[in-house]
Design a protein around this ligand. Sequence first.
Ligand code: TXE
Length: 480
Amino acid sequence: MESKNWIGGEWITPQGEAIVVQNPSDTAQAVGQIRLSDQSHVRTAAEAAQAAFPQWAGLSGAARGEYLYSMAAVVAENSEELAKLASQEMGKPISEMRGEVTRGIHLLRYYAAEGMRANGSLIPSADRDVLQYTKRVPLGVVGVITPWNFPVAIPIWKIAPALICGNTVIWKPSEIGSLTATRLSELFAAAKLPPGVLNVVIGKGREIGSTLLEEVDLQAVSFTGSTATGRVVAESCARRNIKYQTEMGGKNAAVVLRDADLKRSIPIILSGAFRSAGQKCTATSRIIVERAIYPTFVELLQEAITSVKVGSALDPDAYLGPVASADQYEKVGGFAATARREAELVAECVTPETIKERGYYINPLVVTGLTPDHSLVQEEVFGPLAVVLPADDFAEAIELCNRSVYGLSASLFTQDLSRAFQFLEQAEAGMVRVNQETAGVEYQAPFGGMKQSSSHSREQGQAALDFYSEIKTCAIKHSF
Ligand code: TXE
């Protein structure tokens, strides 16, 4: 398979550099190749998106919703093929990837229905002859820049609300994930989305991503990715006074209190830490445990980790697969090497010899014995590595939980209702949960972080509609 751009309804293969996509589960296998676009493709996409905007914005919400329902239906018909392609391209186990595609379908349906829901409110006027109301209006052309870790769900949770609000979109997917993006676009084309409403440009972030940010007459940008790139996006948009949302890193804590049901909590914590090889912004990377139960916790964790199986992404029994790319392998491998050097090992899950050398596999590791300010406790690893920190009591656990520049997601494990409530109140994170993993949030609820994790607006749920539209306050004096 070869990547293609989808611009103004046309399929265009850029003539730029070709990069072979290696399967991270087995790097000897080529999954396909991507062709890098140049700046001219971004400009053409901008023209197409501008040209399509008036007609798309002029449709009724119901009509736009019908397109989204069709997109959901075509993705559903091709879900297995899409899931397999994504698993092969970025290494997420097929069992999880199927769930992600299903999530994408649900998101499309959820936002399709928004076309028929109230999109404003009636506000009483002091003058009885005036009818005053608000309505959402679309922004115009929106830029969507996505990462590789959820190659189907993240693009859909940005594109679907953008479209239902009446915007047209230019989508720049991650380099790793461009084959999946191409296939997803083909499915949207099969759903007869009108030309130019969604335009997909494949290429390097630094090259075409910055052209998109700096040169195109965008009205908003939605970005998920690294903190460093998120800052570049935010600065550029702030300079131009256009809306932006940046969803960046996390260093999410699971706090385990002395009264927690450990047998039920530990599998949930492991899932938060190691599913998707820890490559979720909501992954659990710090486990804060009350000292009173620390020995029991460690013993049960060591037992539970034996059920974690590292496997190739198409292995239906794989709990986690490889990390997504050579860059990830190097970066996460560096953190793992530091952990082996500077921390005490709590538990490790060994990658089978048969696959170890074939792909970008990193043994899931749980370590301890680090100071709260150590880089492994503070920096986002984005891989299968979790750090355990003992805490004397609840107060110290909360203090450790909040001792981070990030504030995306946090979980507490307890049976104590009062502690649970205190945690939900005091934890500095955009998503706070009790007896659930830090990952695995639901699409109909707002998603986003505090502190350095995001630009403080929210994605998904109804919150996404606020981002992709602007409120107009209308008043008409009808007896004049
Ligand atoms: O991210 P980038 P990468 C973190 C994670 C990971 C690290 C690097 O720690 O190890 O980031 O991943 C586009 N102008 N997260 O290199 O570079 C790029 O092409 C415009 C956390 O993949 O931020 C891609 O489409 N666009 C995260 C997108 O930005 C630019 C998910 C993200 O790439 C650009 C992924 C530029 N100058 C990585 N430079 C999460 N929060 O879930 C790059 N891009």
